[in-house]
Design a protein around this ligand. Structure first.
Ligand code: GLU
Ligand code: MG
Length: 442
């Protein structure tokens, strides 16, 4: 993203013939929202005078105290490349403020900023590189999404097998024009599945980039007659959509996870951070894996983790340490999925890792073997716990974890209540599977 001042933006709106500016923010449950203002209102918008009715936003304030203000972050100014190029549309990502001028506690961007300030006070910058997976499916005659694809490609395949190549290319080019750096893109394991890896950035920029990325993928897929989904496990017998998160702590531009003389060339700090992630991963699951369907991805056999273990290169583990060292040293957390609210997920992961640092935790021994194939007795003997198996279990774990609840702040209970309601809605459904299994047999 750029480093625009207010003056730059006023000038650009004029010079670039920008007619609309979208003031964007993300609600507590990860939904991107926006209100568009016309170019004539850009001065007011930059001064933080655009209001929203907070009571109409999920997880936000009560109706009696609903006025809130959008304060744009000038650094996030970007032209939406997929909108008309005459009478252009730009966007600004905003923070939400209360009428008394204080930051709103239920604003996910504010929650992440608070966590980053905490890290900074300890001398650390939190860097994050997300790997985003998604499916491109066909739509039916009425334009509704299906789970069908004619694409027959697999991991790293290319056209003509890969029918999503064109859309992927458009996404990458659009994002690069908007200042989002892309590291790599490729076809993933399942037919119709793709991955785009964003270059690591400070966690706030990375979370902003993820929201931009999802919008770009959905919009450009639609333009190409396809439907993009980040649903964690749309197909029972195919790989799900993960969002691996590569994490590291930096200080003055230096990666503190690297230590030439450390075991596996990892620093003590890296090991403590990993221990903190392992300690809290069961409870931040409610944030990194936020929907009922998330837990259908976390099963053996599809390169998604099920157990709380770490490893050097084993893809069945929760945390993997990819090969590069030096400035590229990082811990790859493999549990998150792309349905998550990245601001909350990163705030929780950072709090978890820093708790490991503060308490000087030591991680358990790294596991080399395939965890999917390990019998329950062996897992128990090694003290390897499982990730929660449902959204309900994850929310219960989160509510009892002080570190994660504090990282979320006053709106943690609101988040948990929203997720519990989602679970109740699911729990009280009678599914096709149940009818098939029990109707005749009971
Ligand atoms: N799609 C897998 C998942 O659900 C990950 C595949 C990979 O290793 O990139 O996490
Ligand atoms: Mg992948």
């Amino acid at each position: 993203m750029g480093t625009y001042s207010k003056e730059d933006i006023l000038r650009l709106v004029e010079e670039e013939d920008i007619q609309f500016i979208r003031m964007q923010f993300t609600d507590l449950f990860g939904q991107l929202k926006n209100v568009a203002v016309t170019a004539s209102q850009i001065g007011r918008a930059l001064d933080g005078e655009i209001m929203l009715d907070g009571s109409s936003i999920q997880g936000s304030v009560r109706v009696e105290e609903s006025d809130q203000y959008l304060r744009p972050d000038p650094a996030t100014f970007a032209i939406l490349t997929w909108r008309p190029q005459y009478g252009k549309v730009a966007r600004l990502i905003c923070d939400i403020y209360n009428p008394d001028g204080t930051p709103f506690d239920g604003d996910p961007r504010n929650i992440l900023k608070r966590a980053l300030r905490q890290a900074k006070s300890m001398g650390y910058d939190f860097h994050v590189g997300p790997e985003l997976e998604f499916f491109l499916f066909q739509t039916d005659e009425e334009g509704r999404p299906t789970v069908k694809t004619s694409d027959k490609a697999g991991y790293f395949d290319l056209g003509p097998l890969d029918l999503g190549e064109g859309t992927r290319r458009e996404v990458v080019l659009a994002l690069e024009k908007m200042g989002v750096e892309i590291e790599a893109s490729h076809h993933e394991t399942a037919a119709g599945q793709h991955e785009i890896d964003l270059k690591y950035a400070d966690a706030l920029t990375a979370a902003d980039n993820i929201m931009t990325f999802k919008l770009a993928v959905k919009t450009l897929a639609q333009k190409n007659g396809l439907y993009a989904t980040f649903m964690p496990k749309p197909l029972r017998d195919a790989a799900g959509n993960g969002m691996h998160v590569n994490m590291s702590l930096f200080q003055d531009g230096r990666n503190l996870f690297y230590d030439e003389s450390g075991e596996r060339k990892l620093s003590l700090l890296a090991r403590q951070f990993i221990a903190g992630l392992l300690e809290h991963a069961g409870s931040f699951c409610a944030l990194t894996n936020p929907v009922v369907n998330s837990y259908k991805r976390l099963i053996p056999g599809y390169e998604a983790p099920c157990c709380l273990a770490w490893s050097e290169s084993n893809r069945s583990a929760l945390i993997r340490i990819p090969d590069p060292r030096g400035q590229g040293t990082r811990a790859e957390l493999r549990s998150p999925d792309t349905a998550c609210n990245p601001y909350l997920a990163f705030a929780a992961c950072l709090a978890a890792g820093l708790d490991g640092v503060t308490r000087g935790l030591t991680p358990p021994p790294a596991v080399a073997g395939n965890l999917y194939a390990m019998p329950p007795e062996e897992l128990a003997a090694r003290g390897i716990r499982s990730l929660p198996v449902s959204l309900d279990a994850a929310v219960c774990a989160m509510e009892t974890d002080k570190v994660i609840m504090e990282a979320l702040g006053p709106y943690a209970a609101r988040y948990a209540a929203g997720k519990r309601q989602e679970w109740e809605e699911y729990r009280t459904q009678v599914s096709q599977w149940e009818l098939h299994r029990y109707l005749a047999n009971c």
